[in-house]
Write a protein that binds this ligand. Structure first.
Ligand code: FES
Length: 208
């Protein structure tokens, strides 16, 4: 049994205390905006973003929880407006978690630097590689809350700025196995010399 407040609604669920919060919210409360996988399960628990697929519901007994369905407030409004303005989502699978983490970031740091942003969003993976638009949308939301205008109005205009592509793949550059020889692998199992960028590496026209 666990009792908590979710998006202003008090709920009591009769489940094992080690059940992950994500499944309680999805299966018991039928709030299915949060997804399983790489940060898409993120909810705000007592003001902090939390990965709910690894959060036993027993640990949030008595907590106040926000899911994507009940997210509100000026930061959430600014974030969702910027998201819509830039057409951030691609398949959409990760986006509830991205929006939750971005909102939590702006509540904590109203004008985040790229470094703040990287740290706050590091746990939210996007297999469609929408990272460039996510980054711009957070900066736009921050700017709009400070009274500034959105810097870019939509995805087409955004792409016209030459924002380029983000590649979240490891690019094999050296250390490939020659025919008939074994490849030299790093401790991560990648060919030696492989360039493994993080998810926010940007490829611009000036990238060598
Ligand atoms: S928009 Fe498809 S996984 Fe992020």
């Amino acid at each position: 049994m666990a009792t908590f407040t979710i998006s202003v609604r008090d709920v009591t669920v009769d489940v094992e205390k080690d059940t992950p919060l994500l499944w309680v919210v999805r299966d018991e409360l039928r709030l299915t905006g949060s997804k399983f996988g790489c940060g898409a399960c993120t909810m705000i628990v007592y003001g902090m973003p939390r990965r709910t697929c690894i959060t036993p519901v027993g640990t949030v007994d008595g907590s106040s929880i926000e899911t994507i369905e009940g997210l509100e407030g000026p930061e959430a409004e600014a974030i969702t407006a910027a998201w819509e303005g830039l057409d951030v989502p691609q398949c959409g699978g990760c986006q509830s978690g991205q929006i939750i983490s971005a909102t939590a970031l702006l509540r904590e740091v109203p004008t985040p630097t790229d470094k703040d942003l990287d740290a706050a969003m590091a746990g939210n993976v996007c297999r469609c590689a929408t990272y460039v638009r996510i980054r711009q949308a957070i900066h736009d939301a921050s700017s709009s809350m400070e009274g500034g205008a959105m810097t870019v109005q939509n995805r087409r205009q955004f792409l016209a700025t030459g924002a380029g592509l983000v590649i979240a793949l490891a690019l094999p550059m050296r250390g490939r196995a020659q025919s008939g020889t074994a490849a030299v692998l790093t401790k991560d199992g990648l060919p030696a010399g492989t360039f493994a960028p993080n998810a926010f590496v940007r490829i611009a026209p000036t990238t060598p």
